[in-house]
Design a protein. Structure first.
Length: 543
């Protein structure tokens, strides 16, 4: 299945922005040239947050496992353009499962780790998934059990596979199965034309209360990775440490794809603390480390090797960055949800530059290089905040939507740009980041629906959700609760109630504030700004 008009695909190929090599073939190429080079390495503490001990594979070993698993997918009946969901943390097994699916011409839909069972069910149903791969657990969450329950409710889901050590009954455990059938599985490529132009992934963007699928072909991903490789000066055979899950533009476009393009070693990390990330980077001698942008300054001080490059990812909810003098190369990754990524190295002043409007090429600043992305702003609507418009070699032209209960592909119309509906701030130098902090990612326009969820807790008269800016994560959700007379709510019991009700993890508050009444504006409407200021004045009142 292709997601781009033939005329545009031809233009991207002729410019050099697109190639004929799909993602999994990059690994095969490195395996043929450097079979003994280390390809994939698990975090040493893997057993602490998911099943199974840490593994490491050379390129030759990884390629053989990918071939065997791709052959297995085909053997059980999964064929070209079938969709297979993946919900698993950063492990060698997850990378092999993903690349094997691509080699078998499947479409991979990597699902966010924080999604609950109902989110997974809705997403897989909307895209007609035929298979699902889930880890046995992620920290204390039994992801494998939830996957089994999803299969019971989704009749179109034909296969549910498990990764890890304690895979529950009802799931096909991939590890032992592949070991037992290794000699009987032989992969044969389909050799379909233009393989890199076909759909590779369906990732997920949040728009209000809806999870929106965003489809990308192999070449869309190659263009995104190309910008990161050029701007970060990632060399061949680099040690790349990735703490972001491989479920979206940051982890895949900023981490996995640059690794494939440079033939280095991918060190997989599950984030638990900044100290743990720094220690991991120091232990493996990382040449490139990804980190959330707000943590870049602290990480810079903790890294021992001054030659280590830091990729600082700023999402649409991140606070405005501060200037600091880094000891190493610092590259900012401006991530516009699942729609676009701009990589920009900081200059000697270590000051982040505004994202300029116009075209971005690879390598950046080289006018003769292929155009990878074009950024514009929709500021023609009066009395509304400008929104981000994008198009180019990394931006999918066709999205998937469910219309009248039917799954359809919808072409982006109008100016040729994709309107991401992400609100942006304009500065003299361009766009200040990719979004006003907190407004888009936490969906503040839908806080009223979260108010209703909080107010259902027994003994609560009224409740409100509000956003507090956070120096680490950009913004956090808080809850203000007003109890019934004579009732003293327990914060721990409130969190347990939300968990038992299956409330989306994104809607569970970071802290709880107990009040006698909610602040109101002159017209009687709720004043969330005063709630935010109250948490800053009275931190002891926040549980």
């Amino acid at each position: 299945m292709k997601v781009t008009q033939e005329s545009l695909a031809k233009e991207y190929h002729e410019s050099g922005a697109w190639s004929d090599v799909p993602l999994d073939e990059l690994l095969k190429k490195t395996a043929s040239e450097h079979p003994d080079r280390l390809a994939l390495v698990d975090a040493p503490d893997r057993a602490d947050w998911t099943g199974g001990g840490p593994r490491s594979l050379t390129y030759a070993e990884a390629d053989r496992e990918i071939d065997r698993l791709a052959a297995f997918y085909s053997t059980v009946g999964l064929s070209s353009d079938h969709v297979i969901g993946v919900q698993a943390p950063n492990t060698v097994d997850t990378v092999i499962a993903l690349l094997a699916a691509l080699r078998a011409d499947l479409i991979v839909s990597p699902l966010p780790l924080h999604w609950r069972q109902k989110n997974v069910l809705e997403a897989l149903n909307s895209i007609g998934a035929k298979g699902f791969i889930a880890a046995d657990r992620v920290e204390t969450r039994d992801v494998g059990v939830a996957a089994r329950d999803v299969a019971a409710d989704l009749f179109s889901l034909r296969f549910v596979f498990g990764l890890g050590k304690d895979v529950p009954d009802g799931l096909i455990e991939l590890g032992p199965l592949l070991r037992d059938m290794a000699d009987d599985l032989e992969f044969s490529s389909s050799e379909r034309p233009d393989p890199a132009d076909h759909t590779a992934t369906i990732c997920w963007s949040r728009s209000g209360e809806e999870n929106v699928p965003v489809s990308r072909c192999h070449n869309h991903w190659m263009a995104a990775g190309q910008m990161v490789v050029h701007e970060a000066h990632i060399k061949e055979e680099s040690n790349i440490l990735v703490p972001y899950s491989l479920s979206g533009l940051t982890g895949l476009g900023g981490g996995l794809v640059p690794w494939l393009q440079t033939g280095g070693t991918l060190h997989l990390h599950h984030p638990t603390s900044l100290a743990n990330l720094a220690a991991h980077a120091n232990d493996v001698g990382a040449d490139v480390v990804m980190t959330p942008g707000p943590l870049a300054q602290t990480l810079d001080r903790k890294l021992e090797n001054n030659n280590t490059s830091v990729l600082a990812a700023w999402n649409i909810a991140a606070p405005h960055p501060t200037t600091f003098v880094a000891r190493r190369r610092l590259v900012d990754l401006h991530v516009a949800d699942e729609f676009a990524l701009v990589a920009k190295a900081r200059g000697p002043s270590a000051k982040m530059k505004a994202t300029a409007l116009g075209k971005y090429s690879g390598p950046n600043g080289c006018e003769s290089g292929p155009a990878l992305l074009e950024v514009s702003v929709n500021d023609e609507v009066e009395d509304q905040t400008p929104t981000l418009l994008v198009k180019g070699a990394m931006v999918p032209e066709i999205g998937w939507r469910t219309i009248n209960s039917e799954q359809r592909r919808v072409r982006w119309e109008g100016t040729g740009y994709l309107n991401t509906n992400i609100k942006v701030e304009l500065t003299d130098g361009g766009i200040s980041g990719f979004g006003i902090p907190g407004q888009y990612a936490l969906g503040t326009g839908n806080l009223e629906t979260i108010d209703v969820i909080y107010s259902r807790y027994p003994g609560i008269r009224e409740a409100a959700a509000f956003v507090v800016e956070d120096g680490i994560l950009g913004a956090r959700m808080y809850a203000a609760l007003v109890p019934e007379p004579g009732n003293v709510p327990d914060a721990g019991a409130f969190f347990a109630y939300l968990d038992a009700e299956g409330v989306d993890l994104a809607k569970i508050p970071h802290r709880v504030l107990i009040l006698q009444s909610l602040p109101r504006n002159a017209d009687g409407t709720l004043c969330r700004d005063r709630l935010t200021m109250r948490t800053q004045r009275l931190p002891a009142a926040v549980a």
